[in-house]
Design a protein around this ligand. Sequence first.
Ligand SMILES: [Zn+2]
Ligand SMILES: [Zn+2]
Length: 104
Amino acid sequence: MFFFIGGITPKTRRIDEQPIRCPNCGLNQAYRTRVDHWLHLFFIPVFPVKRGEPFLFCEHCRRPVDSARTSAPPPRSIRLECRVCGKPVEEGFRYCPHCGQRLS
Ligand SMILES: [Zn+2]
Ligand SMILES: [Zn+2]
């Protein structure tokens, strides 16, 4: 018996119509894109089961753009400094790894 035709398919969605300059080819043809996964029944999408992470996709290169190489610096670059020795301390440390000073 064949009574269920369905499954999960990825659907590519452009979430921003404003093109961004692609660092690979230099053309303004990179778009913010998201791949959502939809549950579909009889070839009709029913509801999204998984929301994808946004990424840049270049229409010219036909491949995703490495977002680490785009102009915006990653938000993880927040660096703390030890009050005593002045050396950079990564976020999350409770004590300075260089001099042992307790960090607030
Ligand atoms: Zn490109
Ligand atoms: Zn220190």
